[in-house]
Write a protein that binds this ligand. Structure first.
Ligand code: PMP
Length: 413
């Protein structure tokens, strides 16, 4: 394990106050704070290396290109992809999912073909498919979940038909922190030769994700949720798939030759990277990935698991609490490996927005609302939840502050 107080020194924002109270930042599923090394790396690049990548023969451009391509190698290693050709830089999970939806649909789907998602998806793994359903007549099917937020795998098998072209599911639910049975999903889908895309926005920051071991065809994640900068993300795709998918956007960087008689495209990953990439952000992301690797993804996972288990235990003592994705009946408690660093709940009939606002007054940052997962809210018949989500720098004392804060707020109702 690592030294938590030393780790916190890497994140100066954690020692600021809010309304005169120490900040307790528990909104890490929305975005994480950035360690100094990431900010330093990006500042240093703008100060000393800045030049557009891939195009220049001059020294600075080559230095910037080297940093940018070294970042691709760092990402490759982090998720254990076979080759850097499999690592496409995007603006984030949302763009990665849109890229696959758009290109896959164009290249491999006809009217009436089906894609399977689940009931726990973030809007960014629902709406792109709905847009394509409208434009092209593809059909969106949904894996149902039970009361504890767990996939109904029998129903999943029944959704598969010969028209099913892709399964696209969240690795970890951003609302409930439930770890979905993606290995089983991939195993079943592959028996029908159906490729699988994983939305890794909430898994990659919390535990080691190995794309070769998972054997998924695509994986999307965001830099800003894994201690890197905003505006940068990753699409991993098996090389054979990236080779055969049509390009997403057209422009500079992604072409081989352009003529009014016809244009040829670069090979992946550049084929999917039209325009000047955010090469400073890729360097920042690589720095963040090296930072978490040095701490140890297993250590981070263990630490966050300890916080999550502790928080669930403490929160259970609050009367009328209703969890989502954590069994409300303790006899039935889930084992820790099925649950990750986010917890969603409601307390009695207190509106989540009221609870969130009053906790904010105490310096405690939590998220309230539908968390960009309205179909999941609909499934539970609610409008929103309160969500606390942990990162590698959170402490047990912060959980205690949260629980004491909730107890104080509850007394006001
Ligand atoms: N999927 C999941 C599971 C998420 O948690 C998020 C961010 N809340 C996204 C997709 C979208 O990520 P981004 O906004 O960084 O593109």
């Amino acid at each position: 394990m690592y030294d938590i107080s030393k780790v916190r020194e890497d994140f100066p924002i954690l020692s600021r106050t809010v309304y005169g109270k120490p900040l307790v930042y528990l909104d890490n599923a929305a975005t994480t704070q950035k360690p100094l090394c990431v900010l330093d790396a990006m500042r240093d690049e703008y100060l000393n290396v800045n030049a557009n990548v891939h195009r220049g023969i001059h020294w600075l451009s080559q230095q910037a290109t080297d940093l940018h391509e070294a970042a691709r190698e760092t990402v490759r290693k982090f998720i254990n992809a076979r080759s850097t050709a499999e690592i496409v830089f995007t603006r984030g999970t949302t763009e990665s999912l849109n890229l696959v939806a758009s290109s896959f649909c164009e290249g491999f789907m006809d009217e009436g073909d089906e894609v399977i998602v689940s009931n726990v998806e973030h809007h960014s793994n629902i709406v792109p498919w709905q847009i394509l359903a409208q434009r092209k007549g593809i059909v969106l099917k949904v894996i149902p979940i039970n009361e504890d937020g767990v996939f109904d795998m029998e129903a999943f098998q029944q959704l598969i038909t010969e028209r099913t072209k892709l399964v696209s599911v969240a690795h970890v639910s951003n609302v409930m922190g439930t770890i979905n049975p993606v290995r089983e999903i991939i195993r079943i889908a592959h028996t029908y030769d159906i490729p699988v895309m994983l939305d890794g926005a909430q898994s990659v920051p919390h535990f080691a994700v190995d794309v070769q071991e998972l054997d998924c065809e695509f994986l999307a994640f965001s830099g800003h949720k894994v201690y890197g900068p905003t505006g940068i993300g990753v699409l991993y795709g098996k090389e054979e798939w990236l080779d055969k998918l049509p390009p997403y956007q057209g422009g500079g960087e992604m072409i081989e030759t352009v003529s009014f008689n016809g244009t040829t495209f670069e090979r992946p990953p550049l084929k999917f990277e039209a325009g000047t990439p955010d090469y400073v952000a890729t360097h920042g992301l690589a720095t963040a990935l090296r930072y978490v690797t040095a701490l140890g993804m297993d250590n981070i996972h263990q630490h966050e698991q300890m916080l999550t288990d502790y928080a669930i235990d403490q929160l259970r003592n609050i009367p009328n609490i209703r969890f989502f994705g954590v069994p409300n009946n303790t006899d039935n408690a889930q084992t820790t490996h099925q649950h990750d660093a986010a917890i969603s709940f409601l307390i009695g009939d207190i509106h989540p927005m009221d609870l969130g606002t009053l906790l904010d007054q105490l310096g405690i940052a939590v998220r309230t609302g539908h968390h960009c997962a309205q179909p999941l809210m609909e499934r539970f018949g609610i409008n929103g939840t309160v969500r606390v989500s942990f990162a590698l720098y959170n402490t047990k004392e912060e959980v205690d502050t949260l629980v004491a804060g909730i107890e104080r707020v509850v007394k006001m109702f």
